[in-house]
Design a protein around this ligand. Structure first.
Ligand code: NAD
Length: 497
């Protein structure tokens, strides 16, 4: 019998009564591994009500005790690191080491959530007027919701609920319906760490479940990570329903390669950053911009990328796994075709790649294009596959102009030995996360994940101080305690000092 993925509602695991059933498959052969019933509106209401009730108790729990739950959770996640990575690999096809990285990046956010007492400190000023003090508190919002994508089923849920809950909120998570097993295990371990029942609910489903969350009057904030069209929909619908929304969306990330960079470093870094995780990373480098004479390295880059061999998650020699589903594979193959048809030169073509014994899996081999121009679809669209586009420009200013004209602004990097070039790039580039001789500059959780432009809709970014601000309100108190106990006289105008 196929495994049923339960919802976690109010601390109880239930298969649910939803009529729509979604099958979770192994992307290496598209065989079913589990199934879920999409949550009904009644079930989602129940999850929100439970999260709200739990929040009312939880926000009164000492902040250091809330931090201790996060410490125990961090410990449990580490103790179950391999087990979580194995589960994650089984439903995403990610290689084991990459799956461990997915979990690890989430653990680091839990570590940050364990710092919640200092993160929730307000501000104070004495004598804002004679004998009057002002100070602020950071208070939780109530119930927050998270809607997460398939490509990081551990890290991205962990960007959200630990910090929201450490702040004192209740949380309802709607993970990707394509890989819900890992988020469920994260939720089980969270309860094992001592989180009160109901504080975190996990409901499964697709658009209809998301719509219930977006319109639910008791949900105050929505965190979303996923594609551009869905991100725009979530941002518009959530804000129309008067909610705070942060929506992290798609990307097209450029690596700029200066002629004074170290060639071997560039090649080594570009290989993993472009085709690692089958290119299914929002921070993957999908465009390499070779400046001046560095164009001469393109053939060597292509030759090195061509050596990467996709394979099964437990094959230690596999560079990456399959794409998540057949539709994703078909989309990537169609984009590769469009690149050829639009005149790009295909130096390495992974369209026909397969893995022996797993021919029905969603494999795409590493693919490299050169002579790519900004008008081509392979440049304009997020491919989300193991496809690297190489472009050539004459100067650093040309490279900056190209990157800045792109509608996405998630991440970018520059490889150079010139401090002046690096300084110019970091200052002028209109992208929210910049790496200097670092290909994928994902900030650690004491900073925030700061994508720009079409890669992010909202104001406050994920984790770090901005994450805490997103999940809280500030309350400012102005207080007078006269020694005599009496405030003399009346004042009918605004006080001037
Ligand atoms: P997706 O947009 O298809 O799905 C994301 C979530 O939205 C899922 O939970 C899904 O059930 C839900 N959803 C799907 N269609 C919906 C609809 N019509 N209405 C409401 N909800 C809907 O994204 P995906 O394919 O799971 O993930 C890949 C995308 O995520 C890529 O574009 C990638 O760049 C992006 N991503 C961005 C970041 C970032 O930080 N900017 C990080 C990871 C992934």
């Amino acid at each position: 019998m196929i495994k049923q993925v339960p919802h976690l509602i109010g601390g109880e695991y239930t298969a649910g009564t939803g009529e729509k059933v979604i099958t979770v498959t192994n992307p290496a052969n598209n065989q079913p591994i589990a199934q879920l019933n999409c949550a009904t509106e009644a079930e989602i209401n129940q999850a929100v009500a439970a999260a709200h009730a739990a929040h009312l108790e939880w926000k009164e729990v000492a902040v250091s005790e809330r931090a201790r739950v996060m410490m125990r959770y961090q410990h449990l996640l580490k103790a179950h690191h391999d087990e979580l990575a194995t589960l994650l690999s089984s439903e995403t096809g990610k290689t084991f080491e990459d799956a461990k990285g997915d979990v690890w990046r989430g653990i680091e956010v839990v570590e940050q959530a364990a710092n919640i007492p200092s993160l929730m400190m307000g501000e104070t000023v004495e004598n804002v007027a004679r004998g009057i003090d002002s100070y602020s508190y950071i208070q939780p919002l109530g119930v927050c919701a998270g809607i997460t994508p398939f490509n990081f089923p551990a890290m991205i849920p962990l960007w959200m609920f630990p910090l929201a809950i450490a702040c004192g909120n209740g949380f309802v998570l709607k993970p990707s319906e394509q890989d819900p097993l890992t988020p469920m295990r994260l939720a089980e371990l969270f309860e094992e760490a001592g989180a009160p029942k109901g504080l975190l609910s996990v409901v499964h489903g697709d658009k209809s479940a998301v719509d219930c969350l977006l319109t639910h009057p008791k949900i105050h904030a929505i965190s979303f990570v996923g594609s551009v069209p869905v991100g725009q929909y979530i941002y518009k619908t959530g804000t129309e329903n008067m909610k705070r929304v942060q929506a992290f969306a798609g990307a097209k990330n450029h690596m700029v390669i200066m002629p004074d960079a170290d060639k071997q470093t560039v090649i080594n870094q570009l290989v993993g950053a472009s085709v690692g995780a089958a290119g299914q990373r929002c921070m993957a480098i999908s465009v390499a911009v070779f400046v001046g004479k560095s164009q001469e390295w393109i053939d060597e880059v292509a030759a090195e990328v061509a050596k990467v061999r996709p394979g099964l998650w437990d094959d230690p020699d596999a560079g990456y796994g399959p794409l998540i589903n057949p539709a994703a594979k078909a989309r990537v193959l169609e984009l590769i075709q469009s690149g050829k048809a639009e005149g790009a030169t295909c130096l390495v073509d992974g369209s026909e790649f397969t893995v022996a014994g797993y021919e029905s899996g969603n494999w795409v081999g590493p693919t490299v294009f050169t002579d790519v121009t900004p008008e081509m679809r392979i440049y304009k669209e997020e491919i989300f596959g193991p496809v690297l586009s190489c472009m050539a420009v004459e100067t650093l200013s040309d490279a900056i102009a190209l990157v800045n004209a792109n509608p996405f602004g998630n991440g970018t990097s520059i490889f150079t030995n010139s401090g002046a070039a690096a300084r110019k790039y970091q200052h002028e580039v209109e992208v929210g996360q910049v790496g200097i001789n670092i290909p994928i500059p994902v900030p650690l959780p004491f900073f925030s994940f700061t994508g720009w432009k079409n890669s992010f809709y909202g104001d406050l970014h994920a984790y770090g101080k901005q994450g805490v601000r997103f999940y809280t309100e500030t309350k400012t108190v102005t207080a007078r305690w006269p020694e005599s106990g009496i405030v003399e006289g009346q004042n009918l105008t605004i006080a001037l000092k």
